[in-house]
Write a protein that binds this ligand. Structure first.
Ligand code: DAH
Length: 375
């Protein structure tokens, strides 16, 4: 190699340049690169000869060979770029992307009917001017029973099949709230929650017009009872609220909720410790083949417990019963869901069976109409 003539280098370069320029694709270009610059390539072999040259020779040959290597490497890189661009252009020109093809099917979750109905109920009450109040699931005896006029050791407390906790260090026995009625108490009390509480119920001066949706718990399980269920409480307090307001409010709600122009309802006398008088409201319906049709027929379906807030409850919450009065009501949300959408067994609603949910669930992107039907 020592006598490698300059024109041999020039020939080699010209030959490589021609082959690089002629390489039709990146694969053949890579073959040229390996032949010239690979481990055993022609230029690599030339570079290796530098080691055995005299310093004088190296001084003249070194720049020539290195220069050749650099120019060939640059030419290959340039050609590669051009070939890749051309290949991409060719692929884009040849391929067609059909944007109308549907994507692969994806499993979508569904909104649980209880949550759907809860949202529908909240939307209707919000339209009527009610605001939302919330309370904790873990309650104390005062808010769940005492303030609501359940006498101490009265059987009514057992009636609720309460889940109690062990006594705490302060001797107090907490419980899982058996109804949403304690939120009435928390709302009427003026100061009731530490500001850091994760649930919010701003105690407020009357007039009060709130609903309170949430989970409730009783030690009970059959086709129409589950240990956890959902209620929506309502409370309206002002100076001159009477049963007529209660009846209109519930009638208007029920008609809107069931998407009917009007409904026929009746008050049936009942007893709740926290209301006087107390009633259950029934709605006229037709039951045929296990299906309940609201707004027609000769039968009655119980739909909500209600009454005028007992003066003792007002007093227990710091309101003067000679100045304030009002009504309250408590809906079973799961029961309303079953009535509206026809689920036969309440226990299925909380069994977490995805087949059940796929059947009874709602699209998360449903019609924004609060009283929209099955998806
Ligand atoms: N708390 C009652 C229950 O769980 C339901 C109820 C009835 C709530 C009458 C009320 C009411 O506010 O006035 O059975």
């Amino acid at each position: 190699m020592n006598d490698l003539a300059t024109h041999d280098l020039a020939n080699l370069e010209a030959d490589l340049a021609a082959r690089i320029a002629a390489a039709p694709d990146t694969t053949s270009l890579e073959a040229v690169r390996v032949e010239a610059l690979g481990k055993t390539g022609t230029i690599s072999a030339l570079l290796k000869t530098l080691g055995s040259m005299s310093p004088d020779e190296r001084r003249t040959q070194g720049p020539l060979i290195n220069g050749l290597r650099d120019r060939v490497a640059t030419a290959i890189a340039k050609r590669r770029q051009a070939l890749e661009d051309a290949e991409l252009d060719a692929r884009l020109a040849a391929g067609r992307l059909d944007l109308t093809l549907p994507g692969p099917p994806r499993r979508r979750g569904a909104v649980h009917p209880t949550m759907q109905v809860m949202d529908e109920m909240i939307a209707v009450f919000a339209e009527m001017g009610f605001s939302l109040a919330e309370g904790p699931d873990i309650e104390d005896d005062f808010h769940n029973f005492t303030a609501l006029n359940f006498p101490p050791r009265h059987p009514a407390r057992e009636m609720h099949d309460t889940f109690f906790f062990n006594r705490g260090p302060d001797g107090e026995r907490k419980l899982l709230r058996t109804h949403t009625s304690p939120v009435q108490v928390r709302t009427m009390q003026k100061t009731n929650a530490p500001p850091t509480a994760s649930w919010i119920t701003a105690g407020r001066e009357p007039p009060i017009c709130i609903i309170s949706p949430g989970r409730t718990y009783r030690c009970d399980s059959d086709a129409t009872h589950t240990p956890m269920f959902h209620q929506i409480e309502g409370l309206v307090i002002d100076r001159a609220i009477h049963m007529g307001h209660l009846k209109w409010t519930l009638d208007a709600f029920i008609a809107r909720f069931f998407e009917l122009p009007s409904v026929v309802t009746r008050f049936r006398p009942h007893h709740f410790p926290f209301t006087e008088p107390s009633a259950e409201m029934d709605v006229q319906c037709e039951v045929s083949g296990g299906e309940v049709k609201i707004g027609q027929g000769e039968q009655w379906s119980e739909i909500v417990g209600c009454g005028m807030v007992h003066p003792k409850v007002l007093a227990n919450c710091g309101l003067d019963p000679d100045e304030w009065q009002g009504f309250a009501f408590g809906f079973g949300v799961d029961r309303l869901a079953r009535l509206k959408y026809g689920m036969p067994d309440l226990r299925d609603m909380f069994a977490s069976d995805v087949r059940w949910l796929a059947h009874y669930g709602f699209s998360a992107f449903a019609d924004p109409n609060p009283a929209s039907g099955l998806s």
